[in-house]
Ligand binder design. Structure first.
Ligand SMILES: Nc1nc2c(ncn2[C@@H]2O[C@H](COP(=O)(O)OP(=O)(O)OP(=O)(O)O)[C@@H](O)[C@H]2O)c(=O)[nH]1
Ligand SMILES: [Mg+2]
Length: 294
């Protein structure tokens, strides 16, 4: 959870379990810039989410299909939809996958760097309290540069504020001979990029996500168990409680999205409980104050 210390009162006002007045949040804004996202987090605190995966791995589709599910069902897993400040930005991303778009196959427009931004969801947890999610939708080009040696901090000056890191592995590649090892290596490189101390806050959570899991054959699934175990070892060196997800946000058989319930449960969970400090006192203090101030 991130937010200004000055907003501690606003946080306390959101006591879990108490029914809250529902805000009208459909403001049809475009994706939020970092400054706009910061203003949401400073008012209420919000959980900042980053999906890490190279170009075409399916990051935006996962967000767009979650939006569709929330509009159609009002719920994903046990988390209820309670509004969004970025309805238009979600709509733009979901539009191309709708039948009305007149396209033969659903497509997600490639995210361009100038379109990088945050998508906002207000969720209501089973206990009745709210969870504000700020989901970064960024082009996979950032992660190509990270593979080539750039630091995550160079690509995202807000990386310290991320509360959920979902590192994705492209199932379509896992199922394609000749692409599988490359995809696994790329995912591993992203995990290594998370390892330098300070990128992942001690309260943040990390997870591994196999996406496009509909592409895997029975034989691929048999092999995938070991792949997942090995990658999870790396993920858990950063977050010992890290889970592994398997999703198909847009299965090729046009069936409903699969695996998003677990992802949303994880996104809406509390942060990791504070652990014994891994950094020395003044560095920790600076970060506690510096989160979302810059
Ligand atoms: N089979 C299958 N294809 C998928 C799934 N999710 C996404 N895709 C396809 O994967 C392609 C790339 O998806 P995007 O969501 O644009 O990928 P991205 O990671 O946002 O890519 P950049 O924005 O360019 O970094 C699209 O053509 C999608 O239709 C899935 O669950 N199953
Ligand atoms: Mg994208």
């Amino acid at each position: 959870m991130v937010g200004d210390d000055s907003d501690a009162q606003a946080q306390e006002d959101l006591s879990p379990g108490e029914p809250e007045e529902e805000d009208q949040l459909f403001t049809s804004e475009a994706a939020l810039s970092t400054d706009e996202a910061r203003s949401i987090t400073s008012r209420r605190g919000a959980t900042v989410v980053l999906l890490l995966g190279e170009v075409g791995t399916g990051k935006t589709t996962l967000l767009a299909e979650s939006w569709e599910l929330l509009l159609n069902r009002g719920v994903i897993g046990r988390c209820r939809f309670a509004g969004s400040r970025t309805a238009l930005a979600f709509e733009e991303r979901a539009y191309y996958s709708r039948i009305e778009s007149g396209l033969r196959a659903p497509v997600t427009p490639r995210t361009q760097e100038q379109d990088d931004g945050f998508l906002h969801l207000r969720m209501r947890r089973p206990a009745g309290d709210r969870k504000e999610l700020l989901l970064a939708d960024v082009t996979g080009e950032h992660f190509e540069r990270v593979r080539e040696g750039a630091q995550l901090r160079q690509e995202f000056d807000w990386i310290d504020r991320v509360d959920r890191f979902l590192v994705v592995l492209d199932g379509q590649c896992v199922a394609t001979p000749g692409e599988r090892e490359v995809a696994i290596t790329r995912t591993r490189r992203l995990l290594y990029a998370l390892q330098p101390s300070g990128v992942v806050a001690s309260s943040a959570r990390v997870a591994l996500g196999l996406v496009k899991s509909d592409a895997l054959s029975d034989e691929d699934w048999t092999d995938y168990g070991d792949v997942e175990d090995n990658l999870l070892r790396d993920v858990r060196s950063v977050d010992p409680e890290a889970p592994a997800f398997r999703t198909a946000a847009r299965p090729q058989d046009s069936g409903p999205p699969r695996g998003l319930d677990d992802v949303f449960e994880w996104l809406c969970e509390d942060d990791r409980s504070s652990k014994p400090p891994q950094l020395q006192g003044d560095v920790l203090l600076q970060r506690a104050i510096g989160r979302f101030h810059q």
